[in-house]
Write a protein that binds this ligand. Sequence first.
Ligand code: GLC
Length: 422
Amino acid sequence: MRSSTETQRLRMALLIGAGALLVGTLSGCSQDDGLTRIVFAAGQDPSGATAALIEEYNAAHPDVEVTFQVMPANTDTQHDAYTTYLSARETSIDVYSLDVIWTAEFARANWIVPLPDGLIDPDAFLSGPMESVTWEGTRYAVPWFTDAGLLYYRIDLLADAGLDVPVTWDEFTAACAAATPDEGMGFVWQGARYEGLICNFLEFLWGRGGSLDRDHLVSSPDRAASEIAGTIDFMRSLTETGVSPASVLTYKEEDSRRIYTEGQALFLRNWPYVWSFAEGEESKVAGTVGIAPLPHAAGETSYSTIGGWNIALSAYSEHPDEALEFISFITGTHSLKKRAIEGGYLPTRIATYADEDVLTANPYYASFFEVFKNTKSRPRSPHYPQLSDVVQDKVHRALSGEIDSETAARDIVSELTELYAR
Ligand code: GLC
């Protein structure tokens, strides 16, 4: 948990930032030039596709000027910034890009507005992302892109060692011992104390038959705790046996991605955006990148965490009509296609998967439905941030050796049970 002083400092810094943004927006141009200004806040898009789409939109709408407010990539930092802006009823941001895990919290706080009927055709979108924009039967956002955990591997290194793509964790660790390019660089993943750790942890847990679901914790607390402790022990064994570097406990998406595209790791767990980097000009592994489902324990099933981002209208926007028109554009077929081709972002519209240009740029999409048959959501709750914070803290401390796995597991079960009951 952050200390209250730290939280206060962060909130203060964010409010000053929001104020500066507001002043910047208002003073950037005089207000009598007839332009309606819309600010769109979203995480950075290193491919540049989003910025190019906004330019295109502005060129086609002479009366509107959309500004891209680029946020830090880390989802937790974005969350803290947005909740600070919205608690202060900040009007300078009209449109927010929201992680799939926040819908319940933002809807319950009335920070985002239900979508007007007819803005989208729900049947045109994949069902998982559609579910993620819905809270208590109401749709609050438009699905933008979807994510699911993937195993990236090196086709050349496995072939040289005469190995098949591993399916179970035993096969996986044996492959790391036989084909790793550098000592300790068999497998990189996201082990820093942040939301990404939850996504990785759940995949390890689900792949051993465990779960953090409310009903499971309430009905079988001892069993749930032993599954959680077993999962933490397994994750710890990865660094202890040299399958993963000890520094994996500081890695977020981009840290682990860079190591893989530099050719230093055999396996990487990451999201689909990595594909365009791995096959891009600066990659040292282009042409030898394989994608597979994540491994699982013998006798169990592989599951990926479903992630992704949705686009919502701020309840405090002063230009809701213009903002909604922009939302339709940025989540429309043309935008999703461009972002899929240039940035590798998995589209949320079903039809985009049949687009030949999209498939040429991302050939693995053809087998996408096979790979992602088994995706699961993180717990859906308006208290999700607190719940995630508990798991991040306990798991990370146990992985760092500060507390033992049984204590971490017991604390997770009791604290989550209490949060679920709120
Ligand atoms: C990706 C996912 C998001 C997840 C985050 C964790 O951005 O789309 O859902 O929370 O990674 O780092």
